[in-house]
Design a protein around this ligand. Sequence first.
Ligand SMILES: [Zn+2]
Ligand SMILES: [Zn+2]
Length: 315
Amino acid sequence: MPLVSYITKTLFEEIRASINNNEEQDRSFWRPVLPWGGVFTIRAGRKAVSCIPLCVEIQLKNTCTIDGFLMILYVILRDNRGFHRELAVFLGKQFIERFLYLMDSCDYTTVKMLWIWNRMSKRQYRSEIHQTALEIDLFGNEHQNFTENLENLMSTMQQSLCTNWSCPTRFQNITKTTINISPPHELPHRDPIQSAVDEFFSPKLLLCTEKGCDGLREFSHRVFCHGPPPFVILNMQQWRSEDLSYVPYHLVLCQYLLEGATLFNKEEHHYSAAFQIDGCWMHYDGLRSDNLILLHRPPELLLLSSLVYVRASQK
Ligand SMILES: [Zn+2]
Ligand SMILES: [Zn+2]
């Protein structure tokens, strides 16, 4: 593992400095950050140092399904020193250290390869060989490509018991690894997102769905399996833009604060991300040439794909 000490300034420090020093008219970061796609060169034939190494390329396509979240993950980890160790429990110490080192030193293609090789399973992307290059296409859904690969970080558990004694599965223990919330049925709602999160965690009484059972099923309070995680990603795919008139900054769930969001452009099937550093909101889009800009108002024509909240209080 190379030492971080010879990097004069990390990417995070550079972005932070540019926000705090820039004039109002200079609204973008001075160079591209985590551009869309990427070409990764595999060097083979290590023993033949004097010969021209055989270079085989990996060409990445449609990486926006992981790029926005990689950017947000980096900002969260660099902005919250203590999260590093907590996250290592789920993703591995080596992964976290390598990830931070590659992002700090702007090795963007390698960081994407790290995610693909270390976190994703082969069935989550298409790959094809074109002559001496391997093409990896990440076209798809960012929750499948990113959120679902965070191991048990956000795992929650809810137990339920059916009132019918002859129910085939009276007692159930259901674990979910992601937080997929749906809009409340009655609209308009003053704080629909908070209500949906409450609904996800709260105890409830529902008709049992077991075949041939007419009992009532009592669900317990849902709890985090490993305590409140450093951050939570709310899957917002079921929400229409008219449901999203209000996004809470503060989530009454073990004290979480809004840190970022990922956005979806339906026409182009393309994802981008927004996040905050020192109270300033930035919009990242890997396809744009100035791909990191200061945000003064919400980007238009984009749907919310996720909301990312970080834990404010200590465990
Ligand atoms: Zn039942
Ligand atoms: Zn895209």
